[in-house]
Design a protein around this ligand. Structure first.
Ligand code: PGA
Length: 250
């Protein structure tokens, strides 16, 4: 099976108003020659404008979360169908900020992943251990447990992506060693193969957590790493494109 096309996705989190679309335009302009898939996941309020502005380019856009239901009495929530109508092709699910801040369980993430498929979106499903879990030697068990619990069976053969994001590396400037990233990515791949058979070889496994222009090239060069999920450094086109420049070309 051919290796998955690398994906470098930016997660803007709760950052960005209309003025920030200039960054998306600059990234879109560079997407054709990037040699990897590029995506930006802005706040829901910017999704439709961003997708209109980058239409016709190779920059993909995505949501940062969705509800499991298509519609209903869920004040403040956005459904996968709504994201798709706004122009999203992807959606980040199970980010640690949602798991920790909103009590999202593996089962809730799995239901959201099913919703994403129903709406024709490619889910980017996030997993990662806390600092305490790593120090207790439980990182692999935690991450593979999250994979088994957060990925519904119907993902088999569908387009989806996994992001390994150690909680302690997000927004902190800290990153695991290259050996630790490799070890966790291996464990994730083995779990995907166990769950989905041969189809488990297809999804890209991204690394996320303090990816910056200065460390991207060595992380992206690891054969097990199929791209990056980038938070803070995705807010400025210059930083994001410097990360992209470090990616091995597909
Ligand atoms: P960071 O965030 O790059 O700012 O560490 C990564 C993420 O939360 O996806």
């Amino acid at each position: 099976m051919t290796p998955p096309t690398p994906l470098i996705a930016g997660n803007w989190k709760m950052n960005g108003t209309g003025q920030a679309l200039v960054e998306a335009r600059a990234i879109a302009a560079a997407a054709t020659d990037a040699g990897v898939r590029l995506a930006l996941c802005p706040p829901a309020t910017l999704l439709e404008r961003m997708s209109r502005e980058v239409a016709g380019t190779k920059l993909e856009v995505g949501g940062q979360d969705c509800h499991a239901e298509a519609s209903g009495a869920f004040t403040g929530d956005v459904s996968a169908e709504m994201l798709a109508e706004a122009g999203a092709q992807l959606v980040i699910l199970g980010h640690s900020e949602r798991r920790a801040g909103y009590g999202e369980t593996d089962a809730a993430v799995a239901a959201k992943a099913s919703a994403a498929l129903r709406a024709g979106l490619e889910p980017i499903i996030c997993v990662g251990e806390t600092r305490a879990e790593r120090e207790e030697g439980r990182a692999l068990a935690v991450v593979t447990g999250q994979i088994r619990g957060s990925l519904p069976a119907e993902l088999a053969g569908k387009a989806f992506t996994v992001a390994y994001e150690p909680v302690w590396a997000i927004g902190t400037g800290l990153t695991p060693t290259l050996e630790d990233i490799t070890e966790v990515h291996h464990a994730i791949r083995a779990t995907l193969m166990d769950m989905f058979g041969e189809a488990g070889a297809a999804p890209a496994i991204l690394y996320g957590g303090s990816v910056k222009p200065g460390n991207a090239a060595e992380i992206l060069a690891l054969p097990e790493v199929g791209g990056a999920l980038v938070g803070g450094a995705s807010l400025k086109a210059a930083d994001f494109l410097a990360i992209v420049a470090g990616a091995p070309k597909a």
